[in-house]
Write a protein that binds this ligand. Structure first.
Ligand code: HEC
Length: 127
């Protein structure tokens, strides 16, 4: 390897780190499905609850716990769910089926492609 090709290889090795950083630094445009959620939810730190709780820091949290100033249903609070990509996916397919008696009046998002785009976007926005 020449000095130049080593430098080039090094540049390519760090490039993904910088692009990952760029994604966290600025908000990405919301996927279409978020328009439905946003009627009831905010997601950035410090934003107010609406009909539903502000969803900041929801990943890794227990259901019904992130917003002490929001009145959750006993059903959601006692569900024992921890939110991650998988549990959120199940929730968004049909919240009423996953947690009987919860208060999120949302029929579900059937399209797996839209659910994935939404969850990927939320993971970044909710940090
Ligand atoms: C009609 C209003 C409404 C819509 C639309 C809605 N939600 Fe909700 N959401 C709620 C309410 C109310 C709760 C609290 C439910 C409870 O306490 O049983 C909730 C709870 C949640 C929770 C659990 C929060 C926690 O702290 O455990 C998540 C995650 C969530 N919603 C995501 C979404 C996403 C993503 C969408 C869009 C696909 C969406 N919601 C659409 C009203 C809504």
């Amino acid at each position: 390897m020449t000095k130049f090709s080593i430098a080039l290889a090094a540049a390519f090795a760090v490039a993904p780190i910088f692009s990952a950083y760029a994604q966290t630094a600025a908000s990405q445009p919301a996927p279409r499905a978020w328009l439905q959620c946003r009627a009831c939810h905010t997601i950035k730190a410090g934003e107010a609850n609406k009909v539903g709780p502000n969803l900041n820091k929801v990943f890794g949290a227990r259901a019904g716990a992130i917003r002490p100033n929001f009145v959750y249903s006993p059903a959601l609070k006692s569900s024992g769910i921890v939110w991650n990509e998988k549990t959120l996916d199940t929730w968004l397919i049909n919240p009423a089926k996953m947690v009987r008696g919860n208060r999120m009046a949302y029929p579900g998002l059937a399209d797996p492609v839209q659910r994935k785009a939404l969850i990927d976007w939320m993971r970044k926005e909710a940090r």
